[in-house]
Design a protein around this ligand. Sequence first.
Ligand code: ACO
Length: 326
Amino acid sequence: TFAAGIIGIGCYLPEKKLTNQDLEKMVDTSDAWITERTGIKTRHIAAPDQATSDLAYEASLQALADAKTKPEELDMIIVATETPDYKYPSTACLLQAKLGAKNAACFDLSAGCSGFVYALGIGSQSIVSGLYKKILLVGAETLSRIINWTDRNTCVLFGDGAGAAVLGRVDDGYGVLSLELGADGTGGEHLIQPAGGSRNPTTHETVDAYGQCVHMDGQDVFKFAARKMPAACKKVLQKAGMTIDDIALLVPHQANLRIIDNAIDRLKINRNRVWINIEKHGNMSAACVPVCLTEAQQAGRLKKGDNVIMVAFGAGLTWAGALLKW
Ligand code: ACO
């Protein structure tokens, strides 16, 4: 018998960086406010000719090399994103074409910032069932394209980037040990791109009103996240029969340093066992978790046998946790 685990990872961050000092020149804000309230210092911004699939492609090449996997071996590609190149075709299909992964079934997954962990949940079950052997999971975003750069409440928070993982068969006892995926659709309006879909189609009026941009009730999302991140961690621990002391690394979604600190307090986990990169990258939505994983692996912080929790929350509202033995 076998289990489903991550056998390779990679990430890509666009070259251009936008600092808090740059933002001071764009909206009425300050480095001090952004640093104190969010923990963010800089974020990456995609070049004008880069779309989400381009970022996804670079991250995927790394993940495939790390997994010693050829594109043709992939049975499925799932791209978790809220900023696809197009509404359709899916970004997963565009990525398939770029990679030449001609044997892969492809779709995009919309679960906000929880998207990558949702994809891990769905993908791992497709491997455990025997349906597929190798699956490419991607979290990729170009949030800079849907931000209202005149709104200081949102424009300081987000960045562009991509992370990818190859899922495959691993020895029993390794890989995904427990999952906790959830949603509360009654909170959907707290984090929303209100126009451009069938409810409020693209018109001159909706564009002029920034309807195609991110709208967020920051405090409502904050309260939701403060509750759900620790709760999801506790659920995956309980399901795997472990305690927080068994965890070598916690990889939380990077939306606000205060949300991460709150989770650290509630879980009573040592801070040096939590991967935090929000200062450098801001909130890259579905890309945060796989970028963290890649950085942690490159820093030698993910060793075979380590128990790792990934946890995220986001638009929907959704939450997702996964516990893996690396
Ligand atoms: N610079 C200066 N002042 C600002 C800025 C800014 N960039 N942004 C807001 N302010 C002001 C507000 O206007 C407000 O002023 P007022 O009191 O005069 O009205 C004041 O700062 C305080 O605003 P709050 O909303 O109370 O600030 P808060 O401490 O809640 O921080 C923040 C706001 C950072 C947005 C926080 O609520 C947060 O991080 N929420 C969660 C966001 C999140 O997790 N989003 C997930 C997105 S995931 C996805 O799926 C894309």
